[in-house]
Design a protein around this ligand. Structure first.
Ligand code: GSH
Length: 204
């Protein structure tokens, strides 16, 4: 099967980490899609024009990153999506999915902010830029007070990809300065071989 991705995408990085952690590198071929290959040029593969996409052997395609990661987790017998429980809703399955949504949401806001600042100055909306930045900052504050354990779920993977993306695209945020717990947690998480092997790279 083929994983359409590129080395700058934090969403694709989640799937690329799961592939490595579950030893799926022999069955999942990574196909690099450059920036100019996205949007309209990519709609025949994903109508939304976005990566990541997982193209299966039977011709079907899966997107977006939460769906792909769950599929890969099942395929590789992983435990990144803990089982459901209604007894402790703030742990296990629902916690992992909510943490994943928070990490993905940080990336969505950071990407939207970057798109806005790349527009001609006269067309930029300062209010929109501030709104996106607020979403990132308040989410980081929530993560600073999140208790992380040694258990790694799709939530932790996504948060780590989001922090890596902020370092890559928004280093001026200096998010570590006021968030020592998150800084220490990320410093350890960033040592995993799958994190190191998927470090963001600027597109040519
Ligand atoms: N919710 C999607 C977001 C994917 C996404 O935004 N991908 C970006 C790359 S980081 C993309 O392909 N953008 C191209 C475009 O919007 O034209 C997911 O989780 O997979």
């Amino acid at each position: 099967m083929k994983l359409y991705s590129n080395p700058a995408s934090p969403f694709a990085r989640k799937a690329r980490i799961v592939v490595r952690e579950l030893n799926l590198t022999k069955v999942v071929e990574e196909v690099n899609v450059p920036r100019e290959g996205l949007g309209d040029a990519f709609r025949s593969i994903n109508p939304l024009g976005k990566i990541p996409v997982l193209a299966l052997k039977d011709g079907s395609t899966l997107f977006d990153s939460p769906v792909i990661c769950e599929y890969l987790n099942d395929l590789g017998g992983g435990k990144f999506f803990p089982g459901r429980s209604l007894l402790r809703e703030n742990s296990g399955h629902w916690r992992a999915l909510t943490l994943q949504a928070l990490g993905d949401g940080i990336c969505d806001a950071a990407v939207a902010r970057n798109v806005e600042v790349m527009r001609p100055k006269a067309l930029q909306s300062e209010a929109a830029i501030q709104k996106y930045l607020n979403a990132v900052m308040v989410s980081l504050d929530v993560l600073e007070h999140t208790r992380f354990t040694a258990k790694i779920t799709i939530g932790e993977i996504t948060v780590a990809c989001a922090l890596g993306y902020l370092d890559f695209r928004l280093p001026e945020l200096a998010w570590r300065e006021t968030r020592p717990n998150l800084r220490d947690w990320y410093e350890k998480f960033a040592q995993y071989p799958a994190m190191k092997a998927t470090w963001p790279v600027a597109l040519a």
